[in-house]
Design a protein around this ligand. Structure first.
Ligand code: C2O
Ligand code: CU
Ligand code: CU
Length: 452
């Protein structure tokens, strides 16, 4: 049981200035919740912010009434607020709470790194940008018995870019509530909002002291729109291998070694890096090959001392990953993710339509296996609520090495198509799928998935 108060706070993110934030419990990121598989967690959120909010546990197998549907608002406890947000769109199924709301998470799922974040309709991107994001780690005995690096050698890394104005305020260029009702004003930000400061766990370009040993880096890209291709580079310019042990929805069947690792918004990669061969005093920089100038750097590790290392990376990680076959699928569906016209301006559409809470886009039957074919015009990281899926193909070819394991977000590259396969199980009810470029999501690229 947890109680989280959503409130305004400030933090010294850049040296010498206070940055006002919207927070969970006064910090950015919010408090990290650690849970055991199958042990339900109840989180009561109290909204003391000046805006309505919605809480979603990303990657959680959560009953629909606790999944954070974008119109299931928690209205501000203190501030008078009348509108329901979102262009006055009426949703008769919305369950509005005033001040507080209790979310129940059964967490009957594989251990993995989840994250919770705001999910209010048309307002998710600014809400996350201003600080409404936190980590939630699910663990179990089987995973702990593997002997992966643990304790101080397990590092959750929430990577997010932000822009700051001269006064240290977070600058969200597309945000002006009076303008957002006017069609077209967000057009300059169609590609999404980027920042030139890279934060890791809320700190700009941190340097973390490590032992000359293996570390388990649990990486989340919590950026609104920025893509990264991460590499770990030593002082001698050589890249350290990134040994991937897990994906969005938990451990892989077996480790996969990468020289660099692309990570789209909302994706998680669980990666082991071994600093054993780095000389004491040496540095390893985590860099973004897709960045330029100062956005090329993410953080650094400084090797402070030699140390014993009892950790290991077993050859078999998870023996029970679902292996759905094409022939298991009772249905194949096609979805395009493309730019288009909405509400008189530009927007982002799924199958030619912008998000509408009153329309059911997909009705899937509980227990059915389906193949979804996704096609994109530009980069779109596509996320499904409730379920994990496997990537079956990319661009008509076998999936790439980083597509391994159970995913809940797949990064479609420009002009690319991909096929995913999943089984709709766990809960019935109204869920979502959407692009996790947060601006795309707010500009229509979301759809309803009803599980019956
Ligand atoms: Cu990160 Cu709809 O979620
Ligand atoms: Cu989600
Ligand atoms: Cu998108």
């Amino acid at each position: 049981r947890y109680t989280i108060t959503q409130r305004e706070a400030s933090a010294e993110i850049l040296p010498g200035v206070r940055t006002p934030l919207w927070t969970y419990e006064g910090t950015f990121p919010g408090p990290t919740i650690e849970s055991r598989r199958g042990r339900p967690v109840v989180v009561t959120h109290r909204n003391e912010l000046p805006v309505p909010t919605v809480v979603h546990l990303h990657g959680g197998r959560t009953p629909a009434d606790s999944d954070g549907y974008p119109t299931d608002l928690v209205l501000p406890a203190r501030h008078p607020h009348t509108g329901h947000g979102g262009h006055g769109m009426h949703d008769p199924r919305a369950v509005i709470s005033r001040g507080t709301r209790r979310y129940t998470f059964p967490l009957d799922q594989r251990p993995t790194l989840l994250w919770y974040h705001d999910h209010r309709m048309d307002f998710t991107a600014p809400a996350i940008w201003y600080g409404l994001a936190g980590l939630h780690i699910v663990r179990d005995d089987a995973e702990e018995a593997l002997g992966l690096p643990a304790g101080a050698r397990e590092l959750p890394l929430m990577i997010a870019d932000r822009a700051f104005d001269a006064g240290g305020n977070l600058a969200y260029p597309a945000l002006d509530p009076t303008l957002s009702e006017r069609p077209g004003v967000r057009e300059p930000y169609l590609a999404g909002v980027l920042g030139d400061v890279i934060l890791v766990n809320g700190a700009p370009w941190p340097v973390h002291e490590v032992d000359a040993a293996r570390y388990r880096l649990r990486v989340l890209n919590a950026s609104n729109a920025r893509h990264y291709e991460l590499e770990a580079v030593g002082d001698d310019g050589r890249r350290l291998p990134l040994v991937q042990v897990g994906a969005d929805q938990g451990l892989l069947a077996a480790p996969v070694t990468h020289r660099s690792l692309p990570i789209a918004p909302a994706e998680r990669y669980d990666v082991v890096v071994d600093f054993a061969d780095v000389p004491v005093g040496g540095r390893v920089r985590l860099r973004n090959r897709l960045g330029s100038g100062r956005t090329r750097d993410v953080m650094a590790f400084r090797v402070a001392r030699r140390a014993a290392d009892g950790s290991r990376v077993p050859r078999v990680l998870a023996a029970d990953l679902p292996e759905w076959r094409r022939s298991d699928a009772v249905r194949v569906r096609d979805f395009s993710f493309r730019a288009g016209r909405m509400r008189g301006g530009h927007g982002w559409l799924i199958g030619g339509l912008p998000f509408d809470p009153a329309r059911t886009d997909v009705t899937a039957r509980l227990g059915d296996v389906e193949v979804w074919r996704l096609v994109a015009d530009v980069h779109h990281p596509v996320h499904l609520h409730l379920v994990g899926f496997r990537v079956l193909s990319r661009g008509g070819r076998p999936p790439l090495p980083h597509d391994a394991g159970l995913k809940d977000t797949v990064s479609l590259r420009p002009g690319e198509s991909a096929e995913i396969i999943t089984r709709f199980d766990g809960h019935r009810g109204r869920y979502l799928f959407h692009c996790h470029n947060a601006e795309h999501e707010d500009m229509g690229m979301m759809a309803n998935l009803e599980i019956v």
